[in-house]
Design a protein around this ligand. Sequence first.
Ligand code: B16
Ligand code: MG
Length: 217
Amino acid sequence: TIKGFAFDMDGVLADTAKFHTIAWHQIADEVGTTWTPELEESLKGIDRMGSLALIMDAGGVADKYDQTARENLATKKNTQYRELISTLTPDDILPGMQKFLDELKAAGYQMSVASASKNAPFIIERLGLTDYFKSVVDPASVTAGKPDPAIFAAAADVLGLQPSEVIGIEDSAAGIQSINGAGETSVGIGDKDVLKAANINFGSTADVTLAAIEAAW
Ligand code: B16
Ligand code: MG
C-alpha cells in the first residue's frame, strides 16, 4: 500500500526550470558552449556542479577550467538564479499542484521533497507550501545526486516509510532513474519519450490527480 509521496521540486511543484535556463544559458555563452534543447533537458535534476560540468563537456571546454574557476562560475549562476527566484509567489506553483497537495493531505498521505536544489527550502517557503511537507531532504546530506537512488531513498526514510510504500514524482529522466533505483513507484511529468522509464506518465502537472494515479497503479 502506498502511504506517502516524494516530490521533486523544480518542474513539478515550482515553475523554476525557466529561471535555471536563463542563468545557465548565460554561463554557456560565457564559456563558449552552444545552447541546445537537448543540453537544456539534460540539466534537469542534475546538481549545480554537475550541470556546469555537462555544459563544459557539451562545448568541449572542460580542460580550460580548474576547480576555482568552476566554483566562481557556479556562484555567478546561483547569484543570478537567486535574483530571479526572489520574486516567486504562490502564483508560481505549477498548474494543479496546490489542488493535488490538498487532495493528498486530506487523504492522509505523508509528503516529502526530494530536490537536487540547495535553494529548495527557500523556494518552498516563497510558494507557501512549507506546511505540506514533513521534511525537505537536504541534497548535501546524500552521497550522490540524481540519477543515484540516494535522494529518493532518503525521502522515504524521512517519512518513516518503506520505498514500496512511496510514489515519487519527477520531471527529469535522472529523477525517474533515482526513484526506480530506490524501489519506489515512479510518476513522470512531461515528454513521455524522455520519461519512458516511469511507471506512470502525465503530460503536464495539470493532469495529475489522486484518482488518475490510483487508476494507473
Ligand atoms: P541549485 P530538482 C534541480 O532541482 C534542477 O532540476 C536542476 O536544474 C538544478 O541544477 C538543481 O536542482 C540544483 O539546483 O543550483 O538551486 O542547488 O528538479 O531536483 O528539484
Ligand atoms: Mg525537476
